[in-house]
Design a protein around this ligand. Structure first.
Ligand code: DON
Length: 568
């Protein structure tokens, strides 16, 4: 059935906004974010946070809320929310047990190591980023079903019904979305050959109804996970993909499985950090960076001070250099996790650090870097009334993924294949370089920077946090944790604070524009650091929930996006 778009009047907009606004008594406008007593969802869209929170109000837990929130983001935030992508979830149950879920996309069986190279072994521009060959086997539906099967409480139909209603009744376009739909309209038309449901006519306040997605979700609610991987939806998807020239087959879809993985866990001062393991690089890199900076007195140096930035940047450089060389899909490559995260190794890694000058990148490792672009993912954090916490980061990779939109099913397909290293040493869209460990192979998962993270303090839940931002994910999560732990910020202040980023190559410190003191920038430059204030208008869009001393929850919803905390 064809998608239909209805644009309603301003009156409807006001009505809808009213419905979606959290009750006044729950909102605090001081430095704190939203405070609630029992449960909370913080996500990129108010509709998704409301749906997730309502599911918990009905007696559902964080895993029921995960399924509802994730699918609601696919409806209301097609930029990154998805059925056609993948992600990672880290959980900590009320009893303190922890785990990780990998629902990362996989390469199709017909994928080959050099599939993005021409006859001269040069990377063919755009092939891994736009259109049919960029698409990896989607993992999201498998992931939410696996999490729900093990831990969910409410029936699937009850969990998905509000999302189906949202797709049928429509979501309201925000100012940010209006801008993105306008910006991407020409590439959508070029890739798909026609005007999409999401197009440059849409204005802030318009309502977008996605009947095709409502039908897809209804079939999934009725028939379960197999609907997406083996049923009518699978057949329609493969038919669509093959028509476009993709190498993905029905067999690829049928063979896809999400996987439980042990998270990376380590101690930083008196915090226990629980973060995602490979094929996400977030946990290992965060572990390395935090252990390298632990001996330094960041609190004394001060937030975003010269010395704090130096220490953090130098640790980041070293961790990203290791990332590019050692990390990949653990089902395909042996990753020396223990060595990479051991005290001796990390101490040695920082041994040539000096406050006098940057450590030259050549002395850390080697590589080359070229141009790259900006893109999108999304993160949500949930704490339920039973004390369970989850951190979920999910993505299509670039904004709207490969830009391929399956009209009959109502969703975009990812371009996650670009997260592989198409050629050793050649950067991907995030400027990240990779090596053999992250080369393409059939059914392999591409390396990710996603860093869904949960913190414990004194054996109790402290925080759940994460962000989109490609290569800047890891460093944004790091800074948010440090903002609370070292610099005494509230959750809301911590997500709002100005961020910087270093990823080893290119050899520069990226900073958010106009948010850092001119004098500080001059000091860094005079030490020999290259500062790039243009590259990233924003670094990360962090969402988190902090458990306060009195046991209440504080949401941190990043104003860099349309992110919203909702709870009770
Ligand atoms: O998995 C990764 O690391 C990337 N595909 C994430 C993409 C992303 O965060 C885009 N957002 N800005």
């Amino acid at each position: 059935m064809k998608n239909i778009l209805f644009v309603f009047t301003l009156l409807l907009l006001f009505q809808s906004c009213k419905e979606n606004t959290p009750p006044k008594d729950k909102v605090q406008t001081s430095k704190r974010g939203l405070i609630t007593k029992k449960a909370m969802v913080v996500s990129a869209r108010e509709e998704a946070s409301i749906i997730g929170s309502d599911i918990m109000k009905k007696g559902g837990n964080a895993f029921d809320a995960m399924m509802a929130t994730e699918m609601a983001l696919a409806v209301a935030y097609p930029y990154a929310g998805n059925l056609g992508g993948g992600g990672f979830m880290v959980y900590r149950l009320a009893d303190g047990s922890t785990g990780g879920l990998d629902y990362r996309e996989k390469a199709p069986k017909a994928a080959t190591k050099n599939m993005y190279l021409d006859t001269n072994a040069e990377v063919i521009p755009n092939r891994s980023t736009v259109g049919p060959l960029a698409v990896g086997i989607p993992g999201t539906v498998a992931g939410i079903f696996k999490a729900h099967k093990r831990f969910g409480k409410l029936p699937i139909k009850e969990v998905l019904q509000p999302v189906i209603d949202l797709a049928k009744n429509g979501f309201i376009v925000t100012k940010n979305q209006e801008g993105r739909f306008k910006e991407k309209d020409s590439i959508f038309r070029a890739v798909n050959g026609h005007k999409l449901l999401f197009n440059n006519d849409l204005k802030k306040g318009d309502r977008v109804l996605n009947f095709a997605l409502a039908e897809t979700l209804s079939r999934i609610a009725e028939n379960g996970v197999n609907e997406f991987y083996k049923g009518e939806t699978a057949k329609k998807l493969v038919e669509f993909l093959n028509e476009k020239g993709s190498i993905i087959t029905l067999e690829d879809l049928a063979a896809y499985e999400s996987k439980w993985r042990d998270p990376i866990e380590f101690q930083y001062d008196n915090l226990k950090v629980i973060s995602m393991s490979p094929p996400a690089s977030g946990g290992i890199c965060l572990n390395q960076i935090m252990k390298m900076i632990e001996p330094f007195d960041l609190k004394d140096y001060g937030h975003n001070s010269l010395k704090a930035i130096q220490v953090i940047v130098e640790a980041e450089k070293r961790a990203y250099a290791d990332r590019g060389f050692y990390l990949g899909d653990p089902d395909f490559v042996d990753i020396p996790v223990e060595t990479l995260t051991s005290d001796i190794y990390l101490e040695q890694r920082m041994s040539n650090f000096s406050f006098k000058a940057p450590t030259p990148v050549d002395s850390i490792s080697h590589g080359k870097i070229e141009g790259y672009e900006s893109d999108q993912t999304t993160h949500y954090s949930i704490v339920d009334q039973f004390g369970n916490a989850i951190a979920v980061t999910t993505t299509l990779n670039s904004g709207y993924g490969s830009k391929l939109f399956v009209d009959d099913l109502g969703f975009f397909l990812n371009n996650e294949m670009d997260d592989f290293s198409s050629k050793s040493g050649v950067p991907n869209v995030y400027g990240l370089i990779g090596a053999e460990a992250n080369s393409i192979a059939p059914e392999k998962r591409m390396l990710s920077s996603m860093t869904p993270t949960i913190l414990e303090k004194d054996g109790e839940l402290l925080m759940t946090v994460g962000t989109p931002g490609g290569s800047t994910i890891i460093t944004s999560v790091l800074q948010t944790i440090l903002n609370v732990e070292e610099f005494g910020m509230t959750m809301q202040e911590a997500v709002e604070a100005a961020r910087f980023h270093n990823q080893y190559l290119p050899d520069e410190i990226r900073i958010e524009p106009n948010r850092f003191d001119k004098k500080l920038i001059e000091q860094l430059e005079s030490l020999g650091y290259i500062i790039n204030e243009e590259r990233s208008p924003v670094i990360g869009i962090v969402d988190g929930i902090l458990v306060l001393e009195n046991g209440t929850l504080e949401g941190g919803a990043d104003p860099r996006g349309d992110d919203t905390a909702v709870g009770f």
